[in-house]
Design a protein around this ligand. Structure first.
Ligand SMILES: *Cc1c(COP(=O)(O)O)cnc(C)c1O
Length: 387
């Protein structure tokens, strides 16, 4: 079924990110309306979980309300709480650090590689202490972190390893899907991610015990409504522990089943955009293009340029907006956010926070839009350096 990509309007502003949602998703939502089961933990959600697990290559997937909830659940599964420290990749959307704070534990931020912006395993190793319970790595903008080194480190020190794979659905590392590269992976289906239902998330794992614990914690600490409904007699469930309400609605799950089926199409479209940007901007000396190590592939949730230190990023952003090209920062240096209080410095992350610039990246971009963006970037960067 064809869907008109809204960004294709000639002369209109080129959006930074944009979902690709259309008639198939609407039809799937209509089916949920007809079924009458719109709340969470129904048959559509269960089907989505099975399909996601298959796509990622894990035994289990748990659909939840968002990725931050998945991260929170993952930490609670490991019994993280007050007195614990969790080492967190510094360069990330602050959801990662927030999830640690929700548990009462302390996030200890680890600096990142200058080229990939993913966490530096050496920095993680240097921060391990007696209170360290585990590590959260982040697949920045859709590029998997260094899981071989991170897994070895976690195993050696008996720490848990959680992947914040919010942006990396569809990416790979050594040919294996993102999310399956650590014992627990957490995805986001928020509006700017690779597939979306507006909001949404999932936790994936091969571990039976983790899955059972996560299922309880994400739904009030009670057994699932689906399984209760299958029993004829009246059954009164018991609330065994303090769980949360992090369930995904059937409406969202229905949208995501369609989106997941279309994932290969979205990934190919995003890759085409990335390849074209890299081709056109290759000779621009004031800009470093994204680097992808040869052992992994990118989902291209974002396309992020690193501006040379002499380039005024604010001036570039202003010039791009004047050309109706949206842009934004790469992501956040967590340790600089006041909510986390006084923390040690992560100079590489701070530098990327100041010099990264994300330009339009989504599956609806046309060839001529990509060329318009690239031309606007070239002009803006050259001007912003001259002054
Ligand atoms: C988007 C994002 C999140 C938060 O995801 P939600 O589904 O909005 O909770 C967490 N971490 C990273 C790296 C993200 O990009």
């Amino acid at each position: 079924m064809g869907q008109p990509p809204p960004a294709a309007v000639a002369g209109g502003a080129i959006a930074l990110g944009q979902p690709t949602l259309g008639a198939e998703e609407l039809a799937a939502v209509a089916d949920v309306f007809t079924s009458g089961w719109v709340a969470g933990k129904g048959p559509v959600g269960e089907a989505f979980e099975g399909e996601l697990a298959t796509a990622v290559g894990t035994t289990h997937a748990l659909a939840v309300s968002n990725c931050t909830a998945a991260l929170h659940v993952a930490l609670l599964v490991h019994g993280v709480g007050q007195g614990d420290e969790v080492i967190v990749a510094d360069y990330t959307f602050p959801a990662t650090g927030h999830a640690v704070l929700y548990t009462g534990a302390k996030p200890v931020f680890a600096d990142v590689h200058a080229d990939t912006a993913t966490v530096d395993p050496g920095a993680v190793a240097a921060l391990i202490g007696p209170r360290t319970a585990g590590v959260i790595a982040v697949d920045v903008a859709g590029l998997p972190a260094d899981y071989e080194e991170l897994r070895a480190l976690a195993d050696r020190h008996k720490l848990f390893l959680i992947a914040d794979a919010a942006c990396s659905l569809g990416a790979t590392y050594w040919g294996r899907p993102a999310g399956s590269l650590s014992p627990i992976g957490c995805f986001s289906f928020q509006g700017r991610k690779v597939i979306t239902a507006g909001e949404g998330g999932a936790l994936v794992t091969d571990d039976e015990v983790v899955w059972a614990r996560a299922r309880s914690i994400h739904a009030f600490g009670v057994e699932s409504a689906l399984h209760r409904a299958a029993v004829a007699e009246l059954r009164v469930p018991r609330f065994i522990e303090l769980g949360y309400n992090y369930k995904m609605s059937e409406v969202a799950a229905a949208i995501l089943r369609v989106q997941l089926r279309r994932l290969p199409e979205f990934l190919a479209a995003r890759r085409r955009v990335a390849d074209r940007y890299s081709e056109i901007l290759a000779d621009l000396e004031l800009v470093t293009l994204p680097r992808i190590p040869s052992d992994r592939s990118h989902s291209w949730q974002s396309y992020i340029l690193t501006l040379a230190s002499g380039v005024n990023r604010d001036a570039v952003a202003t010039a791009l907006r004047a050309q109706s090209v949206e842009c934004t920062i790469g992501t956040y240096a967590s340790h600089l956010q006041p909510v986390y209080g006084d923390t040690h410095a992560c100079p590489v992350s701070a530098d990327l926070f100041a010099r990264h610039l994300a330009i339009p990246m989504h599956a609806n971009l046309t060839e001529s839009q990509v060329e318009r963006v690239a031309a606007a970037v070239r002009e803006a960067v050259e001007k912003a350096c001259a002054r």
